[in-house]
Design a protein around this ligand. Structure first.
Ligand code: HEC
Length: 148
């Protein structure tokens, strides 16, 4: 009889232990879930950062083809609103030429007043999309003239 009683007590003890364990797991699971998702979020943020970084090769922004310099993002944002940015990268002009083009687009193509940005955009275009040097070749140097 006393043995039976001890058996039952042991059995009850075991059951209570299992119940405690289940409770512990249930209580801990939100925390474990939190840890898992936290790791996941950190990971996805990293990926987004990588995607947002512009790819630049040899000083060219690969997405737009623009030369990377001060305000190139402003030019990209402003000048690709209506047409391909290729129209910019495939053209070259003096500051006056670019200014005339902007005025033409404002008068005929509904380009808005660029405000203070106009000077910044013209700075960028004048510096990076100026007419290519043409005309006289460089003078010859180190020439060995032969006797006549
Ligand atoms: C409001 C719309 C609009 C915006 C913004 C705009 N353009 Fe244009 N642009 C046009 C239109 C329309 C044309 C004519 C497109 C065509 O011929 O297919 C044009 C044509 C051009 C051309 C070609 C001109 C030619 O002789 O063929 C260049 C270069 C150009 N834009 C540069 C720029 C630059 C630089 C900016 C930023 C300052 C800019 N565009 C912003 C509307 C715009």
């Amino acid at each position: 009889m006393s043995l039976d009683r001890e058996d039952i007590l042991n059995h009850v003890d075991g059951v209570v232990r299992i119940i405690k364990l289940v409770f512990a797991v249930v209580l801990l699971s939100p925390f474990i879930f939190y840890l898992l998702t936290k790791v996941d979020f950190e990971h996805s943020e990293e990926v987004v950062e990588v995607v947002e970084t512009p790819l630049i090769e040899n000083g060219i922004d690969l997405a737009s083809g623009l030369i990377v310099d001060d305000n190139y993002e402003l030019v990209n944002g402003t000048c690709s609103a209506c047409h391909s940015i290729d129209l910019v990268t495939q053209n070259r002009a003096t500051r006056e030429g670019w200014k005339d083009l902007i005025v033409w687009m404002q008068q005929t193509q509904k380009l808005w007043d660029l405000g203070d940005n106009e000077a910044l955009i013209l700075d960028y275009l004048e510096k990076n999309y100026a007419p290519k040097q043409q005309g006289r070749r460089a003078p010859l140097k180190d020439i060995e003239w032969y006797e006549l």
